[in-house]
Design a protein around this ligand. Structure first.
Ligand SMILES: Cc1cc2nc3c(=O)[nH]c(=O)nc-3n(C[C@H](O)[C@H](O)[C@H](O)COP(=O)(O)OP(=O)(O)OC[C@H]3O[C@@H](n4cnc5c(N)ncnc54)[C@H](O)[C@@H]3O)c2cc1C
Ligand code: SF4
Length: 563
């Protein structure tokens, strides 16, 4: 490809990257607020805003197809966005009427009083996949264009100003050569680009790193593994919302689980593993499988059928890990802006609210035709005055408290609850999770070995089997979208020091160390990129930070229908 590449280009006023709750709420609110502004301007004899051209790019084949969430949503933000959302057919599965906090132990389960962050009565159990589709339809009805199947690949800059995004090339073979189907990525120029790519977004990472927008703390993460099962109708309880943990395993490290009943006798089950473990053998998929063998879960699922599988990371750092929310020509919303309230495992309402606050700011920018930080900085001010900031402020020391270990957490939590989120110390610092991983030689000898576990194929399944339930599809003949900067490191230093943790932390069996026929006795990395479920764990957890997740061809990846 030595010839200069000819690219199509287009211009819009506002460009949203990702069709998640944050950007879709933003697009819907933007259209209604422009209308409201113009009504006011007409009455006051002022200049109206030209109806803006608004485009949403989404990497999945259809809106919602890459959505994965536990699915119990605080309804306050959707009620602000669409006050009659229930009459408008919002896809609520059930409204929570029981919020349990259970400890699962070798003899059954113990129900404890739910701590304040898990009191979710009145919250809506949802499939985020269906919610995104519902929001997408509303956005389109309001005049927003949505292009699914297009991944934002690179930020377009003029000097230090973001002026748009280049989409990924299509039809390139695994050697990097154009195939018959080749189409160069498009340059899309915009007055303002709103990054709502969710967790560990590609363009958000580029923006934050290049312009040093990271907040006081680095971001930290968990990996959530989710399964949907169809259970025996006699065991199904509409409105049930359970959060819990396993005992005695909880004494060895933090984890959490959820169980929410959905329509049609389905349940959403998920297990969350912190990505700041000392042991390189930590395996979020295995944890999720083992949890199902606790007696109560075994009883629940003994006559049930697995329907779907997937995984996705959750940004947990909270307020002090929040990047600067604006830059010349760009705004960050939702998980890309660390809006998720990990203390409550609740990010959907925060994403929606941040999108709405961004939209209010864009209306002002359109009215003034100023898309510099002078006007876009109004987003941070609006956020600071909102309930979303108050909620985040209350949870501000949660992630650092978790990182200090169980003993500190146990002491600090009650104090944090009664001191408005302060606890023993305020503005606590955090380390990046991967720096907590120890070399095998530093661990007690019995923890160095990989755990052996027999998957029974009925209740517990291998990664390879479960990937089939994620619906993920990637063209094999394309460059791997998992870019490993130094694969020699995998065969040598990493094998010795950490025992290749990528084989463990990836929940989709993408990374495999195979015999290297050219170097007998040595192994080399093989990447099954077709299996990737876009969870982003590898980009985060690799101890050497040499793995970069990049968007594959638009339209590829999991199919998270119902998730
Ligand atoms: C396992 C798990 C359980 C959770 N449980 C709950 C819960 O019960 N309740 C709750 O309130 N919150 C929960 N959350 C958090 C909540 O789901 C998120 O905070 C919320 O979805 C964030 O919304 P978003 O719009 O910022 O990003 P997302 O929902 O992640 O959407 C981002 C979209 O952008 C697309 N995208 C990404 N990069 C690109 C690109 N470069 N080009 C084009 N498109 C791109 C993605 O495909 C995706 O469709 C959970 C999260 C996880 C992972
Ligand atoms: S390759 Fe990375 S992003 Fe893909 S499933 Fe594995 S850990 Fe997740």
């Amino acid at each position: 490809m030595s010839q200069p590449i000819e690219r199509e280009s287009m211009e819009v006023d506002v460009l949203f990257i990702g069709a998640g709750p944050a950007t879709l709420a933003s697009a819907i609110h933007l259209m209604s607020q422009v209308e409201a502004f113009n009504k006011g301007a007409e009455a006051a004899g002022k200049v109206p805003i030209e109806p803006p051209s608004v485009l949403v790019l989404e990497k999945s084949a259809g809106v919602g197809d890459h959505m994965l969430s536990g699915g119990v949503m605080n309804p306050k933000a959707i009620a602000e966005l669409v006050p009659d959302f229930q009459d408008q057919g919002f896809p609520t599965e059930y409204v929570c009427n029981y919020a349990g906090f259970w400890v699962f132990h070798p003899k059954g389960k113990l129900s404890l009083p739910a701590p304040p962050n898990f009191r979710k009565k009145g919250y809506h159990v949802v499939s985020l996949n269906k919610v995104a589709k519902w929001m997408g339809e509303r956005a389109e009805a309001a005049g927003v264009d949505i292009y699914p199947g297009f991944a934002g690949d690179k930020l377009l800059l003029e000097g230090n100003r973001v002026v748009g995004v280049r989409t990924g090339d299509m039809g390139v073979d695994k050697e990097g050569k154009p195939k018959g189907t080749y189409a160069a990525g498009m340059d899309i120029f915009a007055k303002v680009t709103v990054l709502g790519e969710g967790v560990r977004g590609t363009l958000s990472k580029q923006l934050i790193e290049r312009f040093e927008l990271q907040g006081d703390n680095p971001q930290t993460y968990e990996t959530g593994v989710k399964e949907i099962w169809k259970i025996n109708p006699k065991k199904h309880k509409p409105g049930r919302v359970v959060h819990g943990m396993a005992f005695p395993e909880i004494l060895k490290g933090f984890h959490g689980m959820w169980l929410y009943d959905m329509q049609d006798d389905l349940i959403s089950y998920g297990f969350v593993t912190l990505l700041e473990n000392e042991n390189p053998n930590t395996d979020p998929h295995l944890q999720a499988q083992k949890f199902k063998t606790t007696p109560w879960m075994r009883w629940l699922l003994e006559d049930a059928e697995l329907v779907r599988y997937g995984a996705k990371c959750i940004p947990t750092g909270g307020l002090y890990s929040q990047p600067k929310l604006y830059h010349d020509g760009a705004l960050l919303v939702g998980d890309s802006a660390s809006m998720c309230n990990a203390q409550n495992l609740a990010g959907i309402h925060m994403a929606i609210k941040s999108g709405m606050l961004a939209a209010d700011t864009i209306v002002e920018a359109l009215a003034q035709q100023d898309f510099s930080t002078k006007t876009l900085g109004g987003y941070a001010e609006r956020y600071r005055k909102s309930w979303a900031y108050d909620e985040h402020y209350q949870a501000r020391n949660f992630a650092p408290s978790v990182q200090k270990g169980l003993a500190f957490f146990g002491l600090n939590e009650p104090l944090r609850m009664i001191s408005g989120g302060r606890g023993l110390m305020d503005h606590m610092s955090l380390d990046p999770g991967h720096t907590h991983m120890k070399r095998l030689a530093e661990l007690p000898s019995k923890e160095r070995e990989r755990e052996s576990f027999e998957f029974d194929g009925k209740l517990t399944f291998t990664k390879e089997h479960l990937v089939g339930f994620s619906g993920t599809v990637h063209e094999a003949d394309q460059p791997s979208h998992l870019v490993v900067a130094d694969t020699d490191l995998c065969s040598t230093t990493c094998a010795e020091e950490y025992g290749n943790p990528c084989e463990k932390f990836c929940p989709a069996a993408v990374y495999e160390m195979v015999d290297d026929s050219e170097n007998p006795g040595r192994k080399k990395l093989f990447i099954h990129h077709e299996n990737c479920v876009h969870c982003k764990t590898c980009d985060i957890a690799d101890p050497y930070q040499v793995i970069t997740w990049t968007p594959p061809e638009g339209g590829e990846g999991p199919d998270y229908t119902q998730m």
